[in-house]
Design a protein around this ligand. Sequence first.
Ligand code: GLA
Length: 396
Amino acid sequence: MVASMNKLVSIACDCFWERYQDRPEFVVAAPGRVNLIGEHTDYNNGWALPMAIDRYTVIAAGANPSVVDGVSEFEFFSEQMQASTSFTTQHPPPNLTAAAWSAYVQGVLTVLDGAGITTPPLRGVIVSSVPSGAGLSSSAALEVSIAKLALTASKTPATDVQIAQWCQTAEHQYAGVPCGVMDQICSVSGVADHCLLLDCKTVTWQTIPIDSEQVAILVVDSLTKHSLAATEYALRRRECQRACEVLQVESLRDATLEQIEKNLRTINLRLFARARHVVTENARVHETARHLSEKNWGEAGRLMYASHQSLCNDYEVSCRELDQLVEIAQSIGVSGGLWGARMTGGGFGGCIIALIDAIRAKEICEQFASKYKNQTGRQTEPFIVRPAQGAFVVRS
Ligand code: GLA
């Protein structure tokens, strides 16, 4: 049973009390996300359709009295990792071999410091119900919760887009992942019962309602680890850049199918396939948003399968286990209450999401679990996620 927001807050506060015999002055929360469709489009200035999920990272924090020589001192304990980190933003920036979670924490505070936002010395406890390494943006949830905490403690106003972009910069510079802005925007600006139709060029979005009475989003973890920071993600970005150079467009958002057929197919089949994924995926985002608004689940599901195929064949970021899960989804099919499925996030492992009939959730979960176990020996536990509110301050 996943911890509710109240439960997470009380775990964080209890843990803070145990460590420091004090009551936290600040409590903040930021969610993970799933992306319904529009994968690997964000860094191509395209569109995506993510939603924040009801899985949060919560931080309980207060002033840190152990300041050395007036230098900002921070100390954070991660309940999930059972480890702590302490640092100052004045020291040399964190190195990339530091335990990943602490690089995110340190990175965000350092980026804010660079933007002229001085966070007072803090100590805190981090708890989370966002599974880590599963492609559900546990890193964005951590970054955004730290940024929210820093801005609250320093009483600094900031827009959602600023917060997301600072966090994105921290991920680039201190975690070594050249990510787009989708995860961070979604974690900052998610809206309950809605997904976001996000324009990654203008960094603006529209909200699209998701009728949770009828439809549910199921997450099924392949239990294989993706390594976004590793070479493939950065390689895809470079390939897209190269395709733009050949096409002489600023970004693949500006390319048409006709253009890539004419100018890329004969020159470089790999770049052609990458560009074709991005161009067709952008179109699928708009169509899916329309179908979801019209409660046309069958059509939305069909586009999810098409997205998966494109990510698998043209973009080559899927893997055997994700494909197996999508095949299981197809075997359950519309008659079993499942409209469509696809990998979500960067790929190379992590989770798939399926659009399902809410009242059939239990039987669908059981089918996924038993079929995946039979095929791979792995015991996955599918779970429903609800479109949730973005980051917020619980206490200040
Ligand atoms: C990761 C990145 C995002 C996005 C997705 C793929 O989640 O953090 O910016 O590029 O991969 O859509």
